[in-house]
Write a protein that binds this ligand. Structure first.
Ligand code: SAH
Ligand code: SF4
Ligand code: F3S
Length: 480
């Protein structure tokens, strides 16, 4: 084993990833760190992204780094000199998809021994995953985690120039890296990270271990980024955090909260502001009232509830009750009557009884959700719920999921139907996937709309009268 290899052989530890100390978050300036250039000239890359918006935003940063190194994006996997899988660890099937893909990519490596195959994102933050890669996927050249994306130039230099395998994953609270270059996926809608990590430790969830401590970005860095996006012609931003409502909780020297950030961003000339994800425990009335001002603050809130049973919520460590959740929802509808609410729900959490599941159905009816992501509980190694007794069969959990989905779909349709005959504003994304004479875009309430219109409208905000509504989409006509 060479020296370089040893230098870059750091494995993760879920136990270390659990630790939280109360020290200030280090801020790293990528420009000061970065001194390798140009060795990607003439070479190409391809990244496959799994998981949530946090990963999508990270992929944009990884692309930014690769392009500064003068790599260009390949159209196909076959022709790429580097393939990176930016992975998600939140449920077992997300991980299985990645292992399946790694199996498939073995052939590519055979065809092109110079191909560099890398795995990054949340999965490498788990020791079991790194052990499995070491044991069964010898042809993976590069493994890094969520905390050390900014070190990619260094790692690639070692892999490309020294032909050494690099495995380096930090299980730490994490830092904030500013000034990372970025190739954004979309020219009109942008992700803006306002914080990283999560300190909630919901008992089923792996994210606090894969993403580290909750750490908020300096408000000026956020506002500067948004101003830059405005200069570049962006129309919509989505503020990202695992629990955006706790933004600023970690500031030691200033008192500046999510509601303050919304007040400041509301003043900027950006057409649309969204945010995700909200935590019901920290969503304060102040924030609700600010959102009620409307304007560029969009009437759409994704508010994961997870369960409608107080016993289950307690076991999940969600730190709210169904009563407090309902009260929050009541206030949201009171102050923002036009709002569209969506949620996340887990069925089959260990020990969930039929009655407790029924309570979730009741809560769904009460809250009038217009959509939801629903999941069967998936056991995650290293989380507290891993050891909770669970006697419910998978078949039974599936039955609950389908029953819940039937109810959720009624909400989707109701949420679409209420716009029939109404005039809505659509940010036009592009041509419809099914018909290239039709444009597609999203309303302020985040509903997909298809309408006939000229391609020149792409990127603009257009007024459309809704003529018919289906469960998943609205159809309309442009108002002249
Ligand atoms: N921070 C966000 C999103 C986290 S992951 C939040 O708190 O809402 C997105 C969703 O995945 C969660 O809301 C939850 O519904 C689901 N999820 C997380 N861990 C899971 C697990 N072990 N099994 C099934 N679903 C899970
Ligand atoms: Fe996971 Fe809970 Fe954090 Fe969301 S708030 S990322 S569900 S631990
Ligand atoms: Fe998945 Fe990591 Fe997001 S585990 S859901 S990609 S934070």
């Amino acid at each position: 084993m060479s020296k370089d290899y040893e230098k870059y052989f750091i494995k993760p530890s879920i136990r270390d990833a659990r630790k939280r100390k109360s020290q200030a978050t280090p801020v790293i300036d990528f420009n000061k760190h970065f001194n390798i250039k140009g060795f990607g000239k003439g070479k190409t890359y391809k990244i496959e992204t799994y998981g949530c918006q946090a990963n999508e935003a990270d992929t944009e940063k990884i692309k930014g780094i690769l392009e500064v190194l003068e790599f260009t994006e390949s159209d196909t996997l076959e022709n790429a000199d580097i393939i990176l899988l930016n992975t998600c660890a939140v449920r077992e099937n997300a991980e299985n998809r990645v292992f399946g893909e790694l199996g498939r990519l073995k052939q590519y490596k055979k065809n092109n021994p110079d191909l560099i195959l890398g795995v990054c994102g949340c999965m490498p933050q788990e020791e079991k995953v790194v052990e499995r890669i070491l044991k069964s996927f010898h042809y993976v050249d590069l493994v890094f985690g969520t905390h050390n994306i900014y070190k990619l130039p260094e790692y690639l230099e070692t892999v490309v120039l020294s032909k050494e395998r690099v495995i380096e994953v930090f299980s730490e609270e994490g830092s904030i890296v500013e000034n990372l270059p970025r190739i954004r996926e979309n020219t009109r809608k942008a992700w803006v990270n306002i914080m990283y990590g999560c300190d909630e430790f919901c008992t089923y969830c792996i994210v606090p271990y894969t993403r580290g401590k909750e750490r908020s970005r300096n408000k000026d860095d956020i506002i500067n980024e948004v101003n830059d996006l405005i200069d570049q012609g962006y129309k919509e931003i989505t503020l990202l955090g695992q629990n955006v409502n706790s933004y600023g909780r970690d500031f030691l020297d200033v008192n500046y909260k999510f509601s303050d950030l919304l007040i400041d961003l509301h003043k900027l000339p950006i057409a649309r502001i969204r945010f995700t994800t909200s935590h019901p425990k920290d969503f304060d009335l102040e924030t609700v009232k600010i959102l009620s001002q409307g304007g560029n603050l969009m009437p759409y809130i994704h508010l994961p509830v997870q369960s409608g049973s107080n016993e289950v919520l307690k076991k999940m460590n969600r730190k709210y009750t169904k009563e407090s959740y309902k009260k929050l929802v009541d206030n949201i509808y009171k102050f923002i009557p036009n709002v569209s609410l969506t949620t996340d729900i887990i069925v089959g959490f260990p020990g969930e009884t039929e009655e407790q599941f029924e309570e979730t159905l009741d809560l769904v009816k009460y809250c009038k959700f217009e959509g939801a992501y629903t999941f069967v509980y998936s056991k995650r190694a290293g989380t507290p719920a891993e050891n909770y007794p669970d006697y419910t069969t998978f078949e039974e959990k599936k039955r609950r999921l389908y029953k819940l989905n039937d109810l959720i779909n009624i909400g989707y349709l109701r949420g679409s139907k209420r716009f029939e005959g109404k005039i809505v504003k659509v940010l036009v994304d592009g041509l419809s996937k099914k018909n290239n004479e039709i444009l597609a875009g999203y309303t302020e309430n985040n509903k997909l709309v298809n309408f006939k219109g000229d391609e020149s409208l792409i990127g603009g905000i257009v007024e459309v009268k809704i003529t018919s509504a289906k469960t998943w989409s609205l159809t309309g006509e442009q108002i002249e």
